[in-house]
Ligand binder design. Sequence first.
Ligand code: HEC
Length: 161
Amino acid sequence: MKPIAKFVSLACLAGALACAAAGSALAQQAPKPEALIKWRQSAFQVVAWNSGRIKSSLDGSYDKEQVVKAATVIAAIANSGLGGLFAPGTETGKGWHDTSVKAEVARNGARFAALGGDFAKESSELVRVASSGADAAAVKDQFGKLQHTCKSCHDDFRNAN
Ligand code: HEC
């Protein structure tokens, strides 16, 4: 049981009033839209940092260890349930800066989720290929597939700015 849930059930033992109070305190803890937008912008900045590390390694002298590290970070983010950061009410607003998500995200959630699934799949595959000791050409090929998922999603769901 999560500590907070444990706390609530203990509070419930103390009486119905305390229980109701704890319940409303929990309800108020839903993250604010501003926090959700900040988290997703931060997540994508970390993704961009690590994509850049992979690109420089592939353009320069290939460093397997760096690429595995960077791909692992991207895959962790891509598999982390990012979709939850695009909750209703966050189509407009400000995180670190104004969101660049398109309103389309609310109308076409299924496609957005499918592209998120491709992002998770291709980044996990990049970890697998790079860890296997494949040559730089094979890693580059898989990195290209990953980059394609960025572009597909940005084309449909992110305003250029
Ligand atoms: C499933 C959709 C999707 C995928 C896949 C995706 N992005 Fe994004 N990305 C977005 C959306 C939507 C935003 C706008 C977020 C906002 O401003 O609220 C964004 C924003 C960004 C930003 C700007 C962050 C900021 O500070 O505002 C960067 C950089 C970025 N993405 C890089 C990438 C890279 C690199 C990849 C692939 C390795 C990638 N993204 C894959 C949807 C996606």
